[in-house]
Design a binder for this molecule. Structure first.
Ligand SMILES: C[S@@+](CC[C@H](N)C(=O)[O-])C[C@H]1O[C@@H](n2cnc3c(N)ncnc32)[C@H](O)[C@@H]1O
Length: 310
């Protein structure tokens, strides 16, 4: 190994350890006693490799087969349309999509609302697909995709009219830091619109704890999410439990997958088919038992920010 590479490896290892210590500390201070154990077991390296596997190019294409081109999460374009309809977007505004995946929401919003869209994602595979698709478009629409970890990303203050994110923050442990950043990046009057996997308020079973640990997720209750958004400075925070709609969408997608079962097995494998259908059935079950929730959060940076007495 070259000496400079060895230095880089050591530096990388040291910074991961520091991050692990910081995360562990945060977990102790933020979580309900019932749940902190899963969070303290977080291993950052393991989390990175879990995400790489979950969002490998093969898996992305398999997800898109069900959710539609540009989408790797439940509800696909139909859900994105519903979410953006909440925002009263105006031509010329700019939208940041956190964890944009293969970019479906950016393409949709730029094409239909005449706004510019910037998608950020930490997965090389996702950004590569999104960029390829953007390069094939030649319709004057303003779209950009960048590879970055959003928690480490810097933008000037008051840069965006809207910040959007679908089912991404479950991967992000330092939500406080991210909410503080998004608050500063928004213009006064700007909106933050998020959907995410959450946990219920009650006691968690071993089943869901295992799921969270295996996936290396960080899940909060809807109330905790609201609290974190308010602490970061947001006002008019709405935290809506949309688990029922989420389950309906997931059931439709499961039916769609079942209807193309043989074709799917031929293309991928029986094992793959069983894995994905079992995973979705388990998710539906966890939602039905109340342990897993799907939250939609709308928060505003006040028009009057920064607040002044005179
Ligand atoms: C479930 S996918 C959702 C993708 C997209 N929002 C959609 O609706 O199809 C979660 C995405 O979040 C990205 N992600 C996770 N942590 C991230 C981080 N710290 N910074 C940027 N992207 C992140 C993943 O790479 C993945 O593409």
């Amino acid at each position: 190994m070259k000496p400079e590479n060895m230095f880089y490896d050591m530096k990388n290892f040291a910074s991961k350890m520091l991050l692990l210590l910081a995360t562990t500390h945060l977990c102790y201070s933020n979580s309900s006693p019932d749940f902190f154990l899963s969070k303290t077991l977080v291993d950052i390296t393991k989390r990175e490799s879990q995400m790489k596997e979950q969002y490998s190019t093969d898996n992305i294409l398999r997800y898109e087969e069900i959710f539609g081109d540009g989408f790797v999460t439940v509800g696909g374009l139909k859900r994105a349309k519903k979410m953006f309809s909440l925002l009263k977007l105006q031509a010329g505004q700019n939208v940041l999509d956190i964890g944009c995946g293969t970019g479906g929401a950016c393409f949709y919003v730029a094409d239909n609302y005449d706004v510019s869209a910037l998608g950020i994602d930490c997965s090389e595979a996702m950004i590569q697909i999104a960029k390829e698709r953007a390069s094939r478009q030649n319709n004057g629409v303003l779209i950009d995709f960048q590879l970055a970890d959003i928690v480490e990303k810097e933008f000037p203050e008051v840069s965006f009219d809207v910040i959007y994110s679908r089912d991404v923050l479950v991967h992000i442990f330092d939500k406080t830091k991210l909410f503080e950043k998004t608050f500063s990046w928004l213009k006064p009057g700007g909106k933050l619109l998020i959907s995410d996997y959450c946990i219920g308020e009650g006691k968690l079973s071993e089943g869901i704890k295992t799921y969270i640990t295996q996936r290396q997720y960080d899940m909060e209750t809807l109330c905790r999410y609201k609290e974190l958004l308010e602490q970061a400075g947001f006002s008019d925070v709405i935290a809506q439990d949309s688990t029922k709609e989420f389950v309906e969408e997931l059931q439709d997608e499961l039916k769609k997958l079942e209807s193309i079962k043989e074709e799917y097995i031929r293309k991928y494998s029986r094992e793959e088919y069983e894995k994905i259908t079992t995973g979705w059935k388990n998710t539906i079950e966890r939602c039905r038992s109340g342990e897993q929730r799907w939250g939609v959060f709308l928060a505003t940076k006040s028009e009057n920010w920064p607040f002044q007495i005179f």
